[in-house]
Design a protein around this ligand. Structure first.
Ligand SMILES: CC(C)(COP(=O)(O)OP(=O)(O)OC[C@H]1O[C@@H](n2cnc3c(N)ncnc32)[C@H](O)[C@@H]1OP(=O)(O)O)[C@@H](O)C(=O)NCCC(=O)NCCS
Length: 170
């Protein structure tokens, strides 16, 4: 019997040697041009303990990355990006399942650009994320929103907050 090749391995990004990461960042498309620069967000947070940086590597190249951070009440997805030519192969879903398997916090949150309809659908259709609205009664979600607004008053000028309650906290 032929053994299935192990692909789509998720590892921690090595910030001691960023060559592969920089090659990957060069290939990021213009919509995410700010994130191409290693001194910008989210890479500039690599020294912070509550930030986690993961990569999906195949044939010695990074095909996708995911960055998330741990907060008082929630895990927040800071960045998820799969190279355009590597999309629709299941890499995004592997990252998301990895993210959603985290335990210990009550909620998962994501900021998504309002114009990214396909991405919003991806989070809603496959992972049950809802778009946060005024009628939601989670005080902790409002607190998280306020924390983000304190950090950057423009957080929600072009983005929406999506969230999913964690049914698997423990
Ligand atoms: C969203 C994203 C991470 C999904 O990764 P992926 O590896 O293509 O996802 P999967 O292969 O696991 O799932 C594919 C599904 O995602 C959907 N999808 C969402 N956005 C997509 C995009 N920009 N391009 C292609 N497919 C996309 C596909 O329609 C597909 O759905 P289908 O199976 O019903 O056809 C990826 O498309 C991406 O990096 N997009 C640009 C960056 C982005 O929007 N990041 C999120 C910022 S909050």
């Amino acid at each position: 019997m032929r053994l299935k090749k192990t692909i789509n391995k998720i590892d921690i990004i090595d910030f001691k040697d960023t060559k592969k990461l920089e090659v990957f960042l060069n290939k990021i498309d213009v919509t995410f041009s700010k994130n191409k620069i290693i001194t910008n967000s989210p890479w500039k947070f690599s020294h912070l303990e509550h930030f986690h940086f993961l990569q999906c590597e195949n044939a010695n190249n990074i095909d996708g990355v995911m960055v998330y951070s741990k907060h008082d009440w929630n895990y927040h997805l800071n960045f998820l990006y799969v190279l355009p030519q590597k999309r629709s192969l299941g890499i995004g879903k592997i990252f998301m399942n990895n993210f959603l398997s985290l335990k210990g916090k009550n909620c998962f949150t994501i900021h998504v650009d309002k114009t990214l309809d396909k991405t919003i659908r991806f989070y809603n259709k496959y992972f049950g994320f809802e778009v946060e609205s005024e009628s939601d009664n989670y005080k902790e979600l409002k607190q998280f929103k306020n924390k983000c607004l304190n950090y950057n008053p423009n957080t929600y000028s072009s983005r929406i907050l999506m969230y999913r309650i964690n049914n698997n906290v423990k």
